[in-house]
Design a binder for this molecule. Structure first.
Ligand SMILES: [Zn+2]
Length: 211
C-alpha cells in the first residue's frame, strides 16, 4: 500500500515487528499511516485502514478548497484509533488557510502534536467555562473550547479548539490563528468513513502543511 508508517508523536519512520512498532525517541507506538501525497486512491486506502473510526472533513467545502493531507493511527488494518484531515483554501481576510481536524481516542497524542500543547489530552482545559464555538456532526452539536498553546514553543501561529464527540477527543487547528473567525458560521463536520463513491466529489491535492 502507498501509506507509510511513522511515529504518532514525531515524524520518524517506524518499522513493525511481531505487531509492535517502535520509534527511536518515543518507544513503542501505534503507527501513523500517511500517504506521500493526498489523492483519491490514497484516501480510499486511508479509510480502509481506519475501518469504522470516523474521519471528519468540513462540509460542504468552500470553492477552491481541497483535502491536502490525511493520516490515520492504527495498529492493525480496520482498527483506527485516531484520524486527521487537513483542508486548505483561502479566505478573504486571512489569505491561505489550513484547517486540521483530528479525532482520537484519549492518550493517542496526535491532536497534541498538531496543536503544539505539552499535554496529550485537553480535558483539563475544557468544560469549565462557556464553549468558544460549536460545530455540528450529523444531528449532534459539539461544543469546542479554545486551547492555549502559548506556553509551549511559542506556537502563536495557530488557533486550537478541542471538545468531545462520540466519546473521543476532537481537535480543530486553524492556521493562521486569525482564521478562528471562520468558525463564527455554523460549521458542519462530515464523517466520511462510510461515504463510499461520493468521495469522488472531494477535491484532493495542493500544498501540504507541516504538523
Ligand atoms: Zn517518535
Amino acid at each position: 500500500m502507498s501509506l507509510a508508517a511513522s511515529c504518532v508523536r514525531c515524524s520518524a519512520p517506524v518499522a513493525g515487528a511481531d505487531g509492535e512498532w517502535s520509534c527511536p525517541d518515543h518507544g513503542v507506538t501505534a503507527p501513523l499511516w500517511r500517504a506521500p501525497e493526498a489523492s483519491y486512491d490514497a484516501f480510499v486506502e486511508h479509510l480502509r485502514v481506519a475501518g469504522p473510526f470516523p474521519t471528519y472533513v468540513p462540509w460542504p467545502m468552500g470553492p477552491g478548497w481541497s483535502v491536502t493531507d490525511f493520516a490515520v493511527v492504527a495498529g492493525e488494518q480496520g482498527r483506527g484509533i485516531a484520524s486527521l484531515t487537513c483542508t486548505s483554501g483561502t479566505s478573504e481576510l486571512d489569505g491561505p488557510v489550513d484547517v486540521l481536524v483530528i479525532a482520537e481516542e484519549a492518550g493517542t497524542g496526535l491532536g497534541a502534536r498538531c496543536a503544539g500543547t505539552r499535554y496529550t489530552d485537553p480535558g483539563h482545559e475544557i468544560g469549565y467555562r462557556s464553549p468558544s464555538a460549536r460545530v455540528r456532526i450529523g444531528s449532534q452539536a459539539v461544543s469546542l473550547w479554545g486551547i492555549s498553546t502559548s506556553s509551549s514553543h511559542g506556537e502563536l501561529d495557530r488557533s486550537v479548539l478541542a471538545g468531545e464527540a462520540g466519546g473521543r477527543w476532537l481537535w480543530i487547528v486553524l492556521r493562521p490563528a486569525s482564521a478562528l473567525l471562520l468558525l463564527r458560521d455554523d460549521w458542519i463536520l462530515r464523517d466520511v468513513s462510510g461515504a463510499g463513491p461520493q468521495l469522488v466529489e472531494l477535491p484532493f491535492g495542493g500544498h501540504r502543511p507541516g504538523w
